[in-house]
Design a protein around this ligand. Sequence first.
Ligand SMILES: Cc1ncc(COP(=O)(O)O)c(C=O)c1O
Length: 438
Amino acid sequence: MQKMNIPGPKAKKILEQDSKYVSPSYPRAHPLVMSHGKGSEIWDVDGNRFLDFASGIAVIGTGHAHPKVVKAIQDQAEKFLHISSDFYHSTWADLSQKLSEIAPFSEEAGIFLSNSGAECVEAAVKLARYHTGRSQFIAFLGGFHGRTMGALSFTASKSIYRSGFFPSMPGVYHAPYPDTYRPLLASRPGEDYGEVVVRYIEEEILGRLVPPEDVAGILVEPVQGEGGYIVPPPGFFPALRDLCDRHGILLIDDEVQAGMGRTGKMWAIEHFGVEPDIVTSAKGIASGVPLGATIARKSMMTWPEGAHGNTYGGNPLACASALATIDLLQEEFIQNAAEVGEYTKDALEEIQARHKSIGQVRGLGLMIGVDFVKDQASRMPAKTFRNRVEEHCFEHGLVTLGCGKSTVRFAPPLSISETEVDEGLQIFEHAITLTEKE
Ligand SMILES: Cc1ncc(COP(=O)(O)O)c(C=O)c1O
């Protein structure tokens, strides 16, 4: 297998220019300077080809430059690019109707559109406060909800995100996420670990720290993303829904990373048989055009005119792209994510059987994490090992991203084929073998 010489001469020039002017706060994964992409493939400015198993952080669900998405954006661009949320247009109304139709609850929905994941979380938090008249929230350790000041107060995946930015928004209490591979809490015999976590929230957080009648909402990822692609056990969401119902707390389902078909269903929460009250969506919703959506039960959209807004809400390019994206997801790519996801997980489990460095393969659909460990008995995270595997992958033409302490995430376009998965996994296994030899 051929190792590439990256960055090449053209990329080096751009990296130099970038390092002079672009904010140094961005965490860069690899020196990949993109030229163009098609489906699951990317080419850099020096002509190197990569398979993309990262999708621009789980954004490009329909693959790079899908012709139907490009055409929808082009058609809209010829008509108008912007009018602002002070006015109306049909693409915005169409997308809002579509999101209401596909929302993962039986009631009709009200939709607030913004430009990113963090912004749709901000809107959800403000709406929950407004609607309930309560001020406090519960979130989860390992969770990621964005980096704006409100969203950052919920994010608890790495302390670097908070360093230098205190004080955060008061009134956010964090519980352990139900990670059955590395549980933080002790279970009683026979108890589902998800129920253990909900019992902790009820007895320790609501019992000792904040009375339930002051809690507006619980913000939770249906599958934890940045925290390590962690799938909760089956008992978690039903118990959490029940807790919310008993105390009038809103269940806010952050689908920014796990949603829009990635797990093999439109919404990841659909795997767990409960209906949330508010859903946040971004990333995969518009195939790369910035868009965030806060989707709430209509009965909860009680805020009046002027309570929340923005300049770009309902941006026509983003709405056109989202409508084309949702059509493609419904027509073929959600199904593909479910099928190729199963295929990928099986193949990764075969690789795991050959490599003791892999502790766990976990995930739903095409949201799969491979967790590297120092040894399988202790399950100690092997962070440096994981980082080297990623570097080797990149040098051999496979783009991946890490998540959690020691996990490589597999988040390819939902349009990926089994042949492309095979090609990527060959590189992945080669990268593991190289790292094991070091
Ligand atoms: C679950 C979740 N929520 C919110 C966000 C924030 O999204 P953005 O980076 O678009 O602000 C992310 C980003 O990774 C995320 O994974």
